[in-house]
Design a binder for this molecule. Structure first.
Ligand code: FEO
Length: 396
């Protein structure tokens, strides 16, 4: 399938409607995804990015339907991760001398992954490439979300090819933002940002403001995943400013796991306390063994407050909670407060460790860890409610 975006630009990617996991099994993609590749046909023919390795043959056959491969003059690799560069190797079998435009870091990463000495042309921020009647401007965007990440802007057509930035894991045949369910689209855009780009928010903030200062006119933003932004360009730019500037929601996310229901009872009591605190504070309550892990990360990302709880097991905590503590240690904790709780049988040490881990990850932890030995009684549950209320009020 190819989709004409403008008279000179065609989408030549792959929509994977079946995809449910990404980055191995790390991220969930409940609405599938797409690998977006774009072909510019002018005096010069330029391919921007490719598709994931398993779709390489399909990609090549599809591409052949609209261009003789030998007529592709240049390839731009905005980002070397295999979901975009995986099919480049197959393409290079047909056009081994085609120049590949990428950043210095991109060339290193491509060599490291594919062990080929292709014709790399290293570009820097602001470099240009003539297309004939139009011009491409390269915009380096390191750590959005790999060191090699780059975007490029097609000047006369006013199109920003943004690679992962502004992407969504969202498989939609129409491929345009105003033709899809916008509620689902913005949910997926935020989930994508939270799980993929947010660890590097501070660098992303600088780049977003730099792009703003360039005052590029934008008819379209064409990301490398999901649908193309046409109608909602101002809104997605505004959201990226909000997200990269840590403007968090008045929300608390409680994440727990529970062996025999004792930690669950404490989690629910803490949640009642948050509700009692009022003041418009929302909550999201997740049993990590039942909820979608990437949705939990999205909730944590948007929340001012995070409360993590586990049962003790042997000398440690449940592995599900250990896993998410590791994951949220890699998120940027700016403007976030956190607290910890749990139930134990004979040693509270591991439950204390949750608070220590949150603190060492940069979260502001003010309240002592809330611990209950064995099963909580009514009095302890009332204290857990107070704990939740106090935490909620501390966010105001
Ligand atoms: Fe979609 Fe970072 O690759």
């Amino acid at each position: 399938m190819n989709i004409k975006i403008t008279p000179k630009v065609t989408w030549v990617g792959k929509i994977d409607f079946e995809l449910r996991k990404f980055h191995g099994d790390q991220i969930t993609t409940q609405r599938g995804s797409s690998y977006n590749s774009y072909l510019i046909q002018d005096d010069k023919n330029i391919l921007i990015d490719a598709v994931y390795t398993p779709f390489a043959d399909e990609f090549i056959e599809n591409l052949k339907k609209i261009i003789e491969l030998e007529k592709i003059d240049y390839i731009i690799v905005n980002h070397s991760e295999p979901d975009h560069s995986g099919a480049i190797g197959k393409l290079m079998e047909y056009i081994p001398n085609a120049p590949i435009y990428c950043t210095a870091s991109g060339a290193k990463a491509l060599k490291g992954q594919y062990h080929k000495d292709w014709n790399f042309v290293v570009v820097k921020n602001g470099d240009t490439l003539s297309v004939g009647n139009d011009e491409i401007i390269f915009i380096e965007a390191p750590m959005m979300h790999w060191p090699d990440t780059m975007m490029c802007y097609l000047k006369n057509e006013k199109i920003l090819f943004s690679n992962d930035v502004f992407g969504q894991h969202f498989a939609e045949a129409s491929m345009i933002d105003d033709l899809v369910d916008e509620c689902a689209l913005f949910f997926e855009a935020e989930k994508y940002f939270a799980n993929i780009i947010s660890p590097f928010s501070k660098k992303a903030a600088k780049k977003i403001s730099e792009i703003e200062n360039l005052k590029l006119e934008l008819n379209l933003i064409c990301p490398a995943h999901g649908v193309i932004w046409r109608k909602n360009i101002p809104k997605i730019l505004q959201l990226y400013k909000k997200w990269t500037n840590f403007e968090l929601e008045n929300q608390i996310t409680i994440v727990y796991d529970s062996m025999y229901g004792n930690t669950r009872k404490i989690a629910e009591a803490i949640t009642r306390g948050i509700i009692n605190a009022g003041n418009g504070i929302k909550f999201a309550l997740h049993n990590i063994s039942k909820s979608d892990g990437s949705d939990i990360i999205t909730d944590i990302f948007r929340s001012k407050g995070v409360i993590v709880g586990s049962s003790a097991i042997n000398n440690g905590i449940l592995n599900s909670i250990a896993g998410i503590l590791e994951e949220i240690s890699n998120l940027d904790p700016t403007n976030k407060k956190a607290a910890a709780f749990g139930s134990y049988g004979w040693s509270p040490k591991a439950i204390d460790g949750i608070g220590e881990k949150l603190k060492s990850a940069g979260y502001v932890v003010e309240l002592p860890v809330f611990k209950v030995q064995w099963s909580p009684n009514d009095e302890q549950l009332a204290k857990a409610e107070e704990f939740g209320k106090e935490f909620a009020l501390s966010l105001l």
